[in-house]
Design a protein around this ligand. Sequence first.
Ligand code: SF4
Ligand code: ZN
Length: 325
Amino acid sequence: MPTAVWTGHDLLNGKPVETLTIIFCTTGCYWGMGEGCTMCGYVNDSADSKPSDDDLLAQFARAADKSTPRTSLIKIFTSGSFFDEGEIPSLARKRILEAIGEMGSVKKVVAETRPEFVTEIRLHDTLAVLDRYDISFEIAMGLETSNDTIRNDCINKGFTFAEFIRASQTAANMGVTTKAYLLLKPPFLSESMAVDDMLSSISDTAPYASTISLNLCNVQNGTLVEELYNHKDYRPPWLWSAVTILRTAKAKYSHITFMSDPVAAGSKRGPHNCGECDKDVAQVLRDFSLSQDIGILLDVDCHCYSLWEKVIELEDYAYGSYLIK
Ligand code: SF4
Ligand SMILES: [Zn+2]
């Protein structure tokens, strides 16, 4: 069984299309098995024993059952890296891609991987299959931030911005686009530091990514972020921060597609505002992602907006504590 499968909508060449998202159950992220990232609980999702190629194919078949004849975009996650041979051996990868091609409706595949696995040979093998079916390919990488100090000290991601650039340029040279995931508010940053980090990360990443997805940090089980949260040393980001970042970024980089699907929005362990407006503001972020219409982000308000402005202004002086729960 795959870890998770769901259908949804995403943009393809500027138009909303039906998507199928698959999280394969593999042995999991090698980095997560070792040091791991401070906010990532995906290691809990991994298989106890290594699935065989046939198991991986069977997982795909189960997932494909949820597709429709209009499924145009397939997003592949593994709670690790699609290009890691230890998780998905090359033969299984080839067979999965062929099965996607045989579906007949798919126009684009996006697969998540850490940058160290992005090599010409793996891209070549992937394109050799997808080109036969006229399917375009995009790699998705969890860059999190362009700031190496924050990525290292706050997230413990284990790769540098230079490695991300190398991977995205290798991909670009072969006609493969890059989607970058950025992480709003890793631990140890105030709300305003987190917003500034995202704005500078977007500027730094813009030359290398055609899509930037703003991931809002949430509290996952068994993580350092959870430990800090339990000690009242971490609060997930405000949804207003995401609205502000996307508004500013889209105005500046209109050619880039910006996405944000705030997981666990409105709960204490997820990104939230005052509790009253969370549902609406989270929906605004999703609506913007599908329309890229900045106007949607301007058309939302709540009494807590001024409270968030105070947090932005004052939290830097709070010696690492958050001001409003
Ligand atoms: S965030 Fe990504 S790289 Fe980090 S441990 Fe989780 S799956 Fe691995
Ligand atoms: Zn509110």
